[in-house]
Write a protein that binds this ligand. Structure first.
Ligand code: SF4
Length: 470
């Protein structure tokens, strides 16, 4: 099979994996190719949160397992392909040199067995780093069930590793992915988190010992941390259990990120839910709530409860929480503590920090708050300034709710379809693929131009990259 065909199959097969944020890695190099930046080397995001400037591929989609929700499951009749190590390395280096990508996201179906697959992936990242001096960002998927030694070794060559839990409950896994018990998924996560801690401790000891040669970023184990992905909507699990699982993962395994992926109904099976569209709003609410867990000091049990186990589609989780706790408001902006400030709708982390700083020098009024960046249309119902309420203030639950709904900032709807940009995609009537039009909308113009200038348009209506000399 020709390389372009493989690329088409294996880039497409990787698009359901959203756990590919590269933020967190930071490394500059003098003698090789590529840097990894702390702010995240991927500046390219589609509206559903998927990043598009990593080369995101599967090593293989020839899976021995048969997870019901997965397009790559063994019983699904799809074209199959596997890259060789040389092919992945050549693609990565050539795409990087042409500035198409800033790093590699490499995942794989389970080929033959977990350790065999992991060994192939390890070989690729080891050769990229050692033989080709590629220091760009690498995110590698750890294959559950693979030999611990292989995962440990691979972690020394990559920036981030992830193990996808996919289904939030044991029951869901039992029904839809019987080959992947939760225990088997948590084991490599535990191993990776322990190894990260151990490696950090070793770094400290090394520093204290004051050796002449310092350890470099390349001596770090998974410096950008680990992440995972949870599929939303493939099982009957409620938002509460998904969020509680995320909370446990953050505290037990020190995860950098949990990604939520709305289940995309591509397969028909009586064990799968009969939905037509991916539950994107639910995914969005989970991302908002996840943010509240990580940066706003909320707990899952505060945002949802057994009697209220799913997020309100009309209101974001913070506004919904505030509305259910109107008795705690209004709070006086000039004296309330930082933790409570963060709970006021319309006040974000930056605004809260600015308020704390600004009120050290004087009492704040509503004009000051506007300048600080507080959204008074939302916050006005929950605060007082020097004892005064805002002009639209009300404690009537119905009025506050209506006001919050009308004040919320709706994301501009874009005509993109859920899914990541495809390297080889169908063209629309303007000669531009849907994926490429996403790039126009969301990415740095520089990259966009370079991408486009290297494409050509053959007669069969597909978009092909014309000038790659591998
Ligand atoms: S193991 Fe992974 S690739 Fe294979 S069927 Fe299950 S989810 Fe799909």
């Amino acid at each position: 099979m020709d390389l372009f065909d493989k690329l088409g199959i294996l880039a497409d097969a990787a698009k359901y994996d959203v756990s590919c944020s590269s933020s967190g890695g930071s490394r500059n190099n003098k003698n090789g190719v590529g840097n990894s930046h702390a702010a995240g080397i991927c500046h390219t995001w589609s509206d559903d949160g998927r990043c598009v400037s990593l080369l995101k591929i599967l090593l293989s989609n020839e899976c021995i397992y048969d997870c019901v929700y997965c397009v790559n499951r063994s019983s699904n009749d799809v074209p199959r392909a596997s890259f060789t190590a040389d092919e992945v390395i050549d693609l990565t280096m050539n795409f990087y040199r042409r500035n198409y990508i800033e790093g590699l996201f490499l995942s794989s179906a389970v080929l033959k067995n977990p350790s065999y697959t992991m060994e192939l992936m390890l070989n690729i990242v080891r050769r990229l780093r050692n033989d080709h001096r590629f220091y760009g960002y690498i995110h590698l998927k750890a294959i559950p069930g693979a030999d611990e030694r292989l995962i440990s070794e691979a972690g020394m060559f990559v920036d981030r590793m992830s193990v996808n839990i996919e289904l939030p409950s044991d029951k869901g896994l039992e029904v839809l992915a019987p080959h992947k018990p939760k225990k088997a998924l948590l084991k490599p996560m535990h191993q990776i988190s322990q190894k990260i801690i151990q490696n950090k401790d070793e770094q400290k000891i090394y520093k204290r010992a004051n050796f002449n040669t310092s350890l470099t970023k390349r001596d770090q184990f998974v410096p950008a941390g680990q992440s995972t992905q949870l599929i939303v909507g493939a099982t009957p699990d409620k938002d509460l259990s998904i969020l509680k699982l995320s909370e446990a993962l953050y505290s037990n395994f020190n995860l950098k990120r949990v990604y939520y992926s709305a289940y995309v109904p591509t397969l028909s099976d009586p064990r799968l839910p009969a939905i037509i569209k991916p539950p994107l709003l639910r995914e969005h609410r989970l991302y908002q709530a996840d943010w509240l867990l990580r940066f706003y000091g909320f707990y899952a049990d505060e945002l949802l409860s057994k009697s209220n186990p799913d997020f309100n589609p009309e209101l974001d989780p913070k506004a919904d929480w505030a509305l259910r706790n109107l008795h705690l408001f209004p709070v006086e902006i000039n004296s309330v503590d930082y933790e409570m400030l963060l709970r006021v709708p319309g006040i974000g982390v930056k605004s809260a920090q600015r308020i704390i700083k600004a009120r050290r020098v004087g009492k704040l009024n509503f004009d000051n708050l506007k300048k600080i960046g507080v959204v008074l249309k939302r916050a006005g119902h929950f605060i007082t300034c020097q004892g005064k309420t805002y002009e639209t203030y009300s404690q009537n639950e119905h009025i506050v709710k209506e006001s919050l709904i009308s004040a919320k900032l709706l994301p501009q709807s874009k005509k993109s379809v859920p899914g990541q940009m495809s390297l080889l995609s169908e063209l629309n009537e303007n000669g531009i693929s849907e994926g490429m039009s996403d790039l126009y909308l969301y990415d740095s113009p520089q990259n966009t131009k370079q991408w486009l200038s290297y494409y050509n348009l053959p007669q069969d209506g597909r978009l092909l990259i014309s000038d790659i000399h591998l």
